[in-house]
Write a protein that binds this ligand. Sequence first.
Ligand code: FAD
Ligand code: SIN
Length: 535
Amino acid sequence: MQTNFLVIGSGIAGLTYALKVAQDCPDKDVIVLTKTQSDETNTKYAQGGIAGVMDLDKDSFDKHIEDTLIAGDGLCNRHTVEIVVKEGVERIKEIIAWGAQFDKEPDGDFKLGKEGGHSEFRILHHKDVTGKEMERALLSALAKQKNIQLVSHCFVLDIITQHHLGYLVTKSTPDIQCYGVYVLNLNSNKIEKIIAGKTLVATGGNGQVYRTTTNPAIATGDGVAMVYRAKGRIENMEFIQFHPTALYEAGVRGHSFLITEAVRGDGGILRNTKGEAFMKRYDERKDLAPRDIVARAIDNEMKINGTEHVYLDCRHFSKEKFTEHFPNIYDKCLSIGIDITNDMIPVAPAAHYSCGGIKTDEWGRTSIKNLYAAGECASTGLHGANRLASNSLLEAMVFAHRAYKDAVTNQNSNTSLGDGANFPDWKSAGTNAPKEMILVTQSLKELKLLMSDYVGIVRNNERLHRAMKRLDLLYEETEALYEKTAVSPQLCELRNMITVAYLIVKSAEFRHESRGLHFNTDYPGKSTLVQNIVM
Ligand code: FAD
Ligand code: SIN
């Protein structure tokens, strides 16, 4: 197969880019690949909303910029922050034009929410299911676009570079080029190669590396791992954001239900198991301090009191007010016997967002030619050491737009390389169907456990060292299995997650300070050397 524009991922970043390219270049083909159903994305689960300065009389770009910089704890790229905050408003207007609906006041103004670290009410939302609404609008706009082919159940295995033509490619090779991808097409169970002029990686986050996460099962960091294997640059992987308030359900691991920060924005209060509203002891902004501070405070309270959760108290809300803004949360809580008007909600932190990722420039270009990255898998410089709530949907749209602009301006078809026949087919000789899945599932359990226990909210050198030793073993065993086994999504995801975990631990080891989301008790202060960790 050959295409002008290839997109890996059907979340907000991939779909926004695909729509724009297809509308601008009606005579060109766009292929969008997604590894499960087309709407199964982190995007679909976004609750709180999208931050945007929609009314310059009540808010200002400067305030949003300042809030983002404060949350990022000295590591944001100010130029990127300005781009996202200022261009974001146009992108929000575009998705509204594509059909997304955000809640409004009776007078027609947007109903704006507030979340941790924001100095103003500036979060547009669609009740507590904002991402689902945005994904719906994008998918329905995309369905009308004849030159886009959206193919679900296609698992991208690797990015094709000159390495596949037999050239030596290392991190210091100056002109690494992307020519397309190898894909395991689960519809035909065949491995295909797709040659592409321009490729966008929009594969989302990696929360599944941890035992408890707000991310769905697709969030296994495949894009970051692929680009790292292709010798592209990866940045700031140590900054994993733990959301302070995932619903705690005894025995439930993997994908945890989120209780949006907007609940605290509307007045929800965190209490420990003794009933104390503890946040005032940690930060003057109390329950609406930035996420890293709230998550660490909860972690500390749980450790002091020997509990697995704290509580979010919403008993003072009227049922009408709560259900109007948070109908999905109300129903979910009720389904497990929690009536939020009488009962406090048990909550605990869970892995939520990867602030680092594939390093890009201000046009979404990666260090590999003809390869772009946008959305959660990218590191654009916006988030620094900690992402401000509701800035990621915004960033994804802004950088999808910028990548689209650059890709259509500098089109190339890679035709000089022929029709793909020059590239070898995927090598599967010598591999056999897996004999037993236990080898994969057990390694996955070990991986999640070691990352949660040793590389969580609070880290130290000993824990990181232990994590790396165990990762080495998992890596060795999994590579040996990979060499002799026919590829499957489960095996490839495990392999990708081990790579991502390695990048998180290695970057954490390199950072000899505590900053933003990275807190190491052996280096409790900040270093005077303010730097990104690039691998
Ligand atoms: P995703 O939406 O995750 O899409 C990734 C796509 O890549 C999927 O289609 C997947 O199938 C595909 N893919 C991955 N690997 C492969 C592969 N190997 N082959 C083929 N396809 C592949 N942010 C906000 O700004 N506001 C919020 O209110 C908010 N709430 C959130 C609530 C929850 C519960 C979660 C989990 C996140 C929330 N976030 C929020 C973060 C935000 O939703 C995500 O960062 C954003 O949606 C990511 O979009 P994306 O397009 O980068 O990736
Ligand atoms: C939330 O709704 O609390 C999540 C918002 C975000 O992750 O940006």
